[in-house]
Design a protein around this ligand. Structure first.
Ligand code: PSV
Ligand code: MN
Ligand code: MN
Length: 423
């Protein structure tokens, strides 16, 4: 299913009068409004191929119909989101779920729909039917060199698929760890992981980046080999300049000060990638901004500061949503996540950085808090809508999605029982 520009224009025209009035009011209050609209209008977040179907838990999964079952269909779904939001121009693939049988054909489909290939993801957390050795006791960290070799070869293959498609990065997330004290020698597991990663890194094209994701627990509940940003940072440092740490918001213990981690990594130019989601208890993978929008805003404050003050040359992080959709239509959910991310970003851009610096230097704590909260409490819906409108997107993307009856069209095309591969 493809949405026509004329359909979006028609829907926008009914909302335009109100929108323009709101914009006028806002521009009276904020002198740098144009700049902020511009930043948001140029901002894009990658969508993972595995977030387009119904997610589930180990207790069950409830489908909703019209799910994409081929890579082409996944790209089409992202194009729908991008046509409405103009903020999702890339897909992140997971191998072997998304093996491109005809890379040239897939590339052409994606190009026609304006979708690029973001980071490639390897999968050594599940056993595949045709593989020789099991990952039950780990992959890159495994005690048996044959298992490690198999996992290394898989990651190299994932890079090769990415090269064929025009991707420029590989994200490694490992489930490796242990469930019981004594099961694993921590130091041996770390060294094995490092030497496996070195082999993968050696296969990386010179214009690629390697992102190392960390996670404190799950699926292993006693120890994870790459448990935190420090471990990821150590590995990346040992590998070389093309390796970076990737922060996934859900991969922290409750109440961790993630904004502080972001600032620390950017001080050393080591923040390579970012996975957005929200959580109340663990790696809940809820829609972005539903639980802790103020934390997200504080994280964006550090990201904005880090991008504007960048002596260590931190690259612009690779942005991706990494959420799961158990109840909501995933396309609506992803649109809501995009809006939450851009809301936090726009609010962070509203922070008066000079005033904040001066309050900090004077140790004027109350003023510093007020500066942050003034920005956080500003309604930025109109900024987001204007950024979308200027790019030809929808003033209200969820409303447009519903008025265009996208889900029912997809069900008509693909049926009620189609299902996407993924987590
Ligand atoms: C598992 O926790 C996970 O959600 C990681 O965040 C990865 O990025 C993702 O799966 C895909 O492998
Ligand atoms: Mn992730
Ligand atoms: Mn996760």
């Amino acid at each position: 299913m493809q949405i026509k520009n004329t359909a979006i224009n028609d829907l926008n025209s009914g909302l335009l009068l109100d929108h323009e009035e709101n914009l006028k009011l806002l521009s009276k209050k904020h002198q740098n409004l144009e700049q902020i609209i511009d930043v948001i209008a140029n901002y894009n977040i990658a969508i993972p191929s595995w977030a387009l179907g119904a997610g589930g838990t180990r207790f069950g999964k409830f489908g909703f119909g019209g799910e994409p079952s081929t890579l082409e269909q996944k790209i089409e779904d992202i194009a729908v989101i991008n046509t409405l939001t103009k903020s999702a121009n890339a897909i992140s693939l997971h191998i072997p779920w998304d093996i491109p049988k005809d890379p040239e054909g897939i590339k052409a489909t994606a190009e026609k729909l304006g979708i690029q290939f973001d980071a490639m993801n390897s999968n050594t957390f599940q056993d595949q039917e045709d593989q020789e050795y099991s990952y039950k006791f780990g992959s890159l960290c495994h005690t048996d060199k044959s298992v490690r070799d198999q996992a290394v070869a898989h990651n190299k293959e994932v890079i090769d698929y990415g090269v064929a498609l025009g991707s420029k990065s590989l994200t490694v997330w490992l489930a490796d760890g242990s469930n019981f004290p004594g099961q694993l020698n921590f130091r041996r597991a770390f060294e094995n992981t490092l030497s496996s990663l070195k082999e993968i890194y050696a296969h990386l094209p010179s214009d690629w980046k390697l992102f190392i994701e960390y996670k404190p627990y799950e699926p292993n509940f006693y120890s994870m080999v790459i448990q935190d940003w420090g471990t990821s940072h150590m590995l990346a440092k040992d590998l070389g300049e093309q390796a970076y740490t990737l922060v996934d918001l859900g991969h922290h213990l409750p109440n961790t000060n993630i904004e502080h981690i972001v600032a620390t990594l950017m001080t050393r130019g080591m923040l390579g990638g970012f996975h957005f989601n929200d959580s109340k208890y663990g790696d809940d993978d809820l829609s972005v901004g539903v639980i802790k929008p103020y934390q997200l805003f504080l994280i964006f404050n550090e990201l904005v500061f880090g991008m504007q003050n960048n002596p260590a040359n931190n690259p612009i992080p690779a942005w991706m949503i990494d959420a799961s959709h158990n109840l909501k239509d995933p396309l609506e959910d992803l649109i809501q996540s995009i809006e939450a991310i851009e809301t936090a970003y726009a609010k962070a851009l509203l922070i008066d950085q000079k005033a904040l610096e001066s309050a900090q230097l004077k140790n004027d704590v109350a003023s510093a808090q007020r500066i942050l909260q003034d920005a956080f409490n500003t309604d930025v819906k109109t900024i987001l809508a204007e950024a979308r409108r200027r790019n030809g997107g929808a003033i209200d993307p969820i409303l447009a999605y519903r008025k265009l009856d996208v889900r029912n069209q997809l069900i008509k095309e693909r049926g009620m029982n189609s299902s996407a591969t993924g987590l």
